[in-house]
Ligand binder design. Structure first.
Ligand code: TXA
Ligand code: MG
Length: 324
């Protein structure tokens, strides 16, 4: 059984979460993007529990969640670009990867010994929990490694049954896709993972066009590992119509959208609204997967704006499985 804490009494929910975190136990927290599996980022044993629960390869670094710039600059080294971006997009779905600060209290397990740290200030009750704890929270998405990220407390409960995990339930995540990850390298910006804050948004604030991670060498973020966010069913992209007997993930209002003989059919956004599609993506993939279909056919999603991030996650859900 997991322990689901509702946020009707916000003060009580915050105290309960903080108590658990002080005891060195992980707590699942709601952020605007997805639910995170959080632990005190300065406590190595607590962080180790996250890796153990997720079954995650320990060379993958975790994002450190902070309550604002003061905490951020104790952990990572500050620069004009960092300040500019944090000022524009925090609290919000942007993770900034910066060099570690000289006496950063973040445990090595969090940074995987990389010499850099991914920092993000989340919105809402998660930020309040960090403030009340007075310490940063390391938190990957609250799913087992390689699987679909959770966008509701029930999704988290389904991933970790019989663990006694505390889950702070603040309803469905409004954004529904993991944060944009941007690496700051001096005056250069590298987009490690696309998200709702787009390359154009970043360029508008900084005047710098972010380079795409694919163009630089090596894997810099496991979200970049080919197979990720993967359902059990085979995912087939860019289908103009579904295969017979499959589950169908539709988008937009398309002519002739009546296909008998499907296991299940859902539409990410009948009005072609990409924000709505992002918010629905993971819960719909989970529902279609649970229908027992062997194949999930996905309609084409436009590659503009937020569509870049949605297509990125869909491509990984469709990729051949790897060990992650
Ligand atoms: O929206 C989100 O970002 C969610 C919520 C919970 O905040 N978190 C999330 O965490 O998606 P996770 O662990 O599933 O993905 C974090 C990504 C990984 O791909 C990791 O490699 C990258 O962030 N990352 C973290 N620190 C890094 C660093 N120092 N250098 C490069 N990549 C880093
Ligand atoms: Mg994840």
């Amino acid at each position: 059984m997991v322990q689901i804490i509702n946020t009707g009494d916000e003060g009580a929910a915050i105290s309960a979460a903080v108590q658990r975190l002080r005891d060195g136990e992980p707590v699942a927290i709601p952020t605007e993007t997805v639910y995170g599996l959080a632990a005190d980022a300065t406590n190595g044993e607590a962080v180790a529990k996250i890796f153990e629960m997720k079954g995650r390869p320990s060379f993958n670094p975790l994002i450190c969640h902070v309550d604002g710039m003061t905490m951020a600059t104790e952990l990572g080294s500050c620069s004009h670009l960092f300040e500019q971006l944090a000022h524009a997009f925090w609290p919000g779905p942007l993770t900034l990867v910066v060099p570690l600060a000289a006496h950063s209290p973040v445990h090595d397990l969090v940074t995987a010994g990389l010499g850099s740290v991914g920092l993000r200030c989340p919105q809402g009750i998660s930020r309040a929990i960090i403030s009340a704890l007075g310490r940063p929270l390391a938190a990957p998405s609250a799913n087992r490694s390689g699987r679909i990220s959770p966008t509701s407390a029930q999704h988290v409960a389904d991933e970790f049954p019989d663990t006694g995990l505390m889950v702070v339930d603040d309803g469905p995540c409004p954004v529904g896709l993991e944060s944009t990850i941007l690496k700051i390298e001096g005056q250069r910006l590298v987009l490690l993972r696309p998200g709702t804050i787009t390359a154009d948004d970043i360029e508008a604030v900084t005047g710098i066009k972010p380079a795409l991670a694919e163009a630089s060498a090596g894997i810099q973020a496991p979200g970049m590992m080919t197979s990720h966010y993967a359902p059990d069913a085979r995912v087939i992209l860019d289908c103009e119509k579904p295969l017979p007997g499959s589950a169908w993930l539709d988008f937009g209002n398309r002519d002739g959208d009546n296909h008998p003989g499907l296991k299940m059919a859902l539409n990410l956004s009948p009005s072609s609204d990409l924000r709505q599609a992002a918010a629905n993506l993971y819960s719909y993939l989970k529902l279609l997967d649970a229908s027992g279909a062997e194949k999930i056919c996905v309609a084409p999603i436009p590659m503009a704006g937020l569509g870049v991030a949605i297509n990125d996650r869909l491509k990984r859900a469709a990729a051949p499985r790897t060990a992650d």
